[in-house]
Design a protein around this ligand. Structure first.
Ligand SMILES: [Zn+2]
Length: 386
């Protein structure tokens, strides 16, 4: 029998032993090359909310989970061709997990327990491991039978990971990001935000002249919105504000008499652009360069809300997940800024990629339209403090 030369056998053995380590190292290098940005996916959930943050090191945070089933569409109880329930938003979110390379979700933040936010929390937790859940606490102030299903399903999975009850002033310790809670369970921060001990966030703590003529509104009749976990996400020089479905008078309290939140690069609209929210004394004080509205074709996207954002000082572009039917010709952004245009156009997302210097890009995944936003210069930051 012919024998293989000894040195060949040795080389083959070395290759077998070292190949997995080599492939792993190559994979890590590719991962590092592929993404050096904080990527934020604003996922279309037809007027619900689901926003995925993925840091350059791959840590992931999903804020809200969209609607269960086919809710938010006229045929809310529709089934698929084989008669099974539709899992529209869960499927869309899962597709974005795949796109972003997320196989374990590090943080699932549930702003509050309305079905357009907590809708797929349980469904997603059954599809992918979730390491931490963050919410306003294990109770809901509304338990109408038609609204409790998604909440109760979430309660059943919540303890599969580590459950954390958010309190205003807390940090959510997402590696590589500074995530601060500014509202939860009806409570709000009481002192100006800081980026480091003794160092105020840009514009935070200054008297707000818009409070002079500020109006308050009748309290929202759906108190679960009032409980929303609101967060500020900071990555290097970039700041984003997401207040969930917080209401007008709470927005007022965060902005008056002093602007406790400061100024921002990006603002995710409160309550899908519904007129129960959208206090100009907040929205005009935060000087966001980019706003993103999580509206549906027929949910949110209120003309008065749209106008307030459109007129906000410092705003460069206003992106929307849908063209708003009630907005008409005068209260919608130009088409290239809209992720979905009509009743038959659904499931296109917006993607923001943020660099540590505070510059970022926005990409409309429907048509590939892209915009670049440079880092704020120091003088721009200080002039925003005036
Ligand atoms: Zn909502």
């Amino acid at each position: 029998m012919r024998r293989f030369p000894g040195h060949l056998v040795f080389l083959v053995l070395v290759a077998i032993v070292t190949l997995p380590a080599f492939l792993w190292a190559q994979g890590q290098a590719q991962k590092g090359q592929a993404q050096r940005t904080l990527d934020i996916y604003f996922i279309d959930t037809e007027g619900g909310q689901a926003t995925l943050f993925v840091t350059p090191s791959g840590e992931s945070m999903l804020v809200d989970t969209g609607f269960a089933g086919n809710q938010g569409m006229p045929d809310a109880t529709a089934t698929n061709s084989s008669g099974a329930p539709i899992t529209r938003d869960a499927d869309r979110i899962s597709a974005v997990f795949k796109q972003a390379g997320v196989t374990v979700l590090d943080w699932m933040v549930i702003s509050h327990y309305h079905g357009d936010h907590v809708g797929n929390a349980a469904e997603l937790a059954n599809r992918i491991p979730v390491r931490h859940f963050v919410d306003h606490g294990p109770y809901s102030v509304e338990l109408q039978p038609n609204r409790s299903a998604a909440f109760l399903a979430y309660m059943a999975v919540r303890d599969k990971g580590r459950a954390i009850v958010a309190k205003p002033g807390d940090k959510i310790p997402v590696a590589g990001l500074d995530v601060q809670v500014v509202s939860a369970a009806g409570e709000l921060i009481k002192v100006p935000m800081q980026v480091a001990p003794g160092q105020a966030a840009p514009g935070a703590g200054l008297p707000n002249p818009l409070c002079r003529d500020a109006k308050l509104k009748e309290q929202d009749p759906t108190p679960e919105n009032f409980e929303s976990v609101g967060i500020v996400v900071r990555y290097g020089g970039f700041r984003l504000l997401d207040l969930g479905d917080l209401t007008w008078n709470q927005e007022h309290a965060l902005a008056c008499p002093n602007n406790l939140l400061g100024t921002f690069d990006a603002f995710h609209t409160t309550r899908h652009g519904d007129p129960h929210s959208g206090a100009p004394q907040l929205m005009h004080a935060i000087r966001a360069r980019v706003a993103v509205m999580n509206n549906g074709e027929r949910k949110g996207g209120d003309p008065a809300y749209w106008q307030t954002v459109h007129e906000a000082p410092g705003l460069v572009d206003f992106w929307q997940l849908h063209r708003s039917a009630t907005g008409g010709a005068d209260h919608n952004s130009p088409e290239q800024f809209l992720a979905n245009l009509s009743e038959i156009d659904h499931g296109h997302n917006l993607k923001m990629s943020v660099r540590a210097d505070g510059s970022f890009s926005m990409n409309n995944e429907r048509n590939g339209f892209m915009r670049e936003y440079p880092a704020r210069t120091k003088s721009a930051v200080s002039s925003s403090r005036q």
